[in-house]
Design a protein around this ligand. Structure first.
Ligand SMILES: C[S@@+](CC[C@H](N)C(=O)[O-])C[C@H]1O[C@@H](n2cnc3c(N)ncnc32)[C@H](O)[C@@H]1O
Length: 275
């Protein structure tokens, strides 16, 4: 399986952005660390693997709940942050730079978790087979993945506001292309997991508003230019972000006023399965 494109992406510009925004992203995505761990039958004492752990927020939350945690991620800069954070806290967690689709743990896990870290495999069936091979029989897996972009205002709104400045509306990637919204269709996810040998698959919706980073409209606009599908479209189409910024600031102001907190709708699947 060739994950080179995603490995390069998460070690390049995207990794740098996630490093810069690690604390702010963790606050925005905190509800999903809670949702994943709340679905665990048991956390305390479990040998747990966090797939695509990034800077480690979910790994640390799991350790705080008593799990023996290993975070796995392809991104060297994000794992470097996770390791720095681990030095400053107890209980800590271990972190490994590895492609989760091929990584073999020394000891099998009882519990696999992920917060938006499993939608990037070139061959998801082979990846989830490998993850299952690294899990004790009967072990539980829980992950959060985004539902389709059209249901996620936090990612869609910036694109709509920026449309007049884009050369063309960003085309939805062909079905099955790795990316943040690749697991929007629950039948697609079920099919992958069944083919990979997982059983007891349960997919539940999480609906709510999430708070976007930024103490004012300008900061929130800058965040929207940095992270999410709009940032990809701007980079791919060679658009000057400065041109788009004012439209985003105006849109955010229309939602929240000059100073305020921007809450936008998020739609997520919480997926559970048994090895
Ligand atoms: C959207 S980020 C989520 C990071 C983290 N779970 C969080 O919630 O902050 C996706 C993560 O998946 C990682 N990733 C992508 N492909 C991977 C692979 N094949 N194996 C391990 N990690 C991978 C990326 O490097 C990135 O850190």
């Amino acid at each position: 399986m060739d994950n080179t494109a995603q490995i390069d992406y998460w070690n390049g510009a995207a990794g740098e952005k996630w490093v810069r925004d690690a604390d702010r992203l963790d606050r925005m995505l905190q509800p999903f660390a809670e949702a994943v761990l709340n679905a665990a039958k048991r956390c305390s004492g479990q040998r747990l693997t966090d797939i695509g752990c990034g800077a480690g927020a979910l790994s640390f939350a799991a350790s705080d709940s008593g799990a023996l945690t290993t975070g796995v991620d392809v991104s060297e800069p994000l794992i470097a942050i996770a390791r720095r954070r681990a030095e400053q806290r107890a209980p800590a967690a271990n972190f490994v730079v590895a492609d989760a689709s091929a990584w073999v743990p020394d000891v099998k896990a009882d519990l696999i978790v992920s917060r938006f870290g499993v939608m990037f495999f070139a061959d998801p069936v082979a990846a989830f087979e490998n993850i299952r091979a690294g899990t004790m029989p009967g072990g539980q897996m829980i992950f959060a993945c985004w539902r389709p972009l059209a249901e996620n205002d936090w990612a869609l709104m910036p694109i709509v506001a920026a449309l007049p400045f884009l050369k063309q509306p960003p085309a939805p990637p062909p079905p099955g292309t790795p990316g943040p919204f690749a697991f929007g269709n629950p039948d697609f996810v079920t099919d992958i997991l069944v083919k990979a040998g997982w059983t007891g698959i349960r997919i539940s919706p999480w609906d709510g508003d999430i708070e976007l980073p930024g103490a004012n409209a300008e900061e929130t606009a800058d965040f929207m230019l940095e992270i999410g599908p709009l940032s990809r479209a701007i980079a791919e189409q060679g658009i000057d972000p400065v041109k788009v910024r004012q439209a985003l600031v105006s849109k955010v102001r229309s939602l929240t006023g000059a100073v305020g907190h921007t809450y936008l709708k998020a739609a997520v699947w919480i997926v559970e399965a048994t090895a």
